[in-house]
Design a protein around this ligand. Structure first.
Ligand SMILES: O=C[C@H](O)[C@H](O)COP(=O)(O)O
Ligand SMILES: C=C(OP(=O)(O)O)C(=O)O
Length: 347
């Protein structure tokens, strides 16, 4: 008989169900309360009811939870110092969309050795999210695989859909059912249309294929997520953080009748992925907001304990502690300087 199935599948390993993992790495009532409150604060910022500046800041990816937790503890202290002016949410990114191939993040490969132990990755992700929340910081992540949210979304305050997936119907449908506020990046080409259409689609009811808490495939129906907004991250033709770019984006959002709240990513194509250029981009964003453009509700920064990034893969024992293995980041001292400047500029 001709083989017509699994010609290219070499393994298919069942995972623990979302319900099992949520029981094993449980969420306390205090943690649930914290997540619900932080989501409400972010909603209020998006709607302009809370005038604080929303800053999504942290490592490009979490590859070492020890360094990640040290970062979180330092950031929590800083967040407390500026809490009247800046609402800080930590980037806790476990899933990396790759341009071609590369390490796909802690959930896909938690041992950093290509063994792709996804069950352990999901366990480590939940455990780490709880630790970050316990420092007093809300959490932000990119949701990439449409099954992942069932395992971790209850511990997340804000999510992004990345530049490579904003145009995907699968991701828009997923976003329509997510319980947290969510930003859609403009496309890698730099155009805004896909993100505007995504905000529109994710705001509406959708029915699609999903996975229930019990692990069985299911037909999911959603009511639509009203808390979606755009993120300007630059594109192939250069950055899009200037006042002119922001004015064009506001126009496009308003004429499309979707939220005109704008977040600007100072990383990625807005700084040509060069950490040394990130502070100038960020300062420009803050000066626009300080000059009165309150449609700019927030910004994103990629930051770690140590600046830059390092080659990966390489022997794990040779890795520099606290330095990114994906995109380049600014270091923690630079982060402190920028956050304190923000607080002062927005006083
Ligand atoms: O932030 C992460 C990266 O920019 C994104 O995942 C693409 O990375 P790559 O081009 O190195 O694959
Ligand atoms: C991949 C990311 O961003 P973008 O989708 O803008 O490339 C990211 O923030 O890690």
């Amino acid at each position: 008989m001709a083989q017509v199935r699994d010609l290219h599948v070499t393994k298919n390993i069942p995972l623990p169900t979302p319900a099992t993992l949520m029981q094993e790495v449980a969420r306390s009532n205090e943690q649930a309360e914290f997540i619900a409150n932080s989501r409400n604060t972010i909603r209020d910022i998006l709607e302009g009811k809370d005038k604080r500046f929303l800053l999504i800041v942290g490592p490009c990816s979490i590859h070492d939870t020890k360094a990640g937790l040290e970062y979180a503890q330092k950031l929590a202290k800083l967040a407390d110092e500026v809490k009247d002016k800046v609402y800080i949410v930590m980037r806790v990114y476990f899933e990396k969309p790759r341009t071609t191939v590369g390490w796909k993040g802690l959930i896909m490969d938690p041992h950093l050795d290509g063994s792709d132990d996804i069950a352990e990755g999901l366990r480590q992700a939940r455990t780490f999210l709880r630790e970050v929340i316990d420092t007093g910081l809300p959490t932000a992540t990119e949701l990439l695989d449409p099954i992942t949210p069932q395992y971790i979304a209850d511990l997340i305050s804000w999510s992004a859909i990345g530049a490579r997936t904003t145009e995907s119907q699968t991701h828009r449908q997923m976003a329509s059912g997510l319980s947290m506020p969510l930003g859609f990046k403009n496309s890698t080409a730099g155009d805004l249309v896909a993100a505007v259409n995504a905000i529109n689609a994710a705001g509406r009811p959708q029915t699609f294929l999903g996975v229930a808490e019990s692990g069985v495939a299911s037909a999911v129906t959603t009511s639509g997520n009203p808390d979606c907004h755009i993120i300007l991250r630059g594109g192939e033709n250069g950055p899009n953080f200037s006042a002119d770019d922001v004015a064009l984006a506001i126009d496009k959002l308003q004429s499309s009748d979707v939220s005109d709240a704008i977040m600007i990513d100072a990383s990625h194509a807005n700084c040509a992925k060069d950490d040394t250029k990130m502070p100038a981009v960020y300062r420009d964003i803050i000066s626009q907001r300080a000059a009165g453009n309150d449609k700019i509700v927030g910004a994103m920064l990629e930051s770690h304990l140590v600046s830059g990034n390092q080659k990966f893969p390489q022997p794990l024992e040779d890795l520099t502690y606290g330095q990114s293995i994906t995109d380049k980041c600014i270091d923690f001292d630079t982060t402190v300087t920028l956050v304190k400047e923000t607080s002062k500029a927005l006083s």
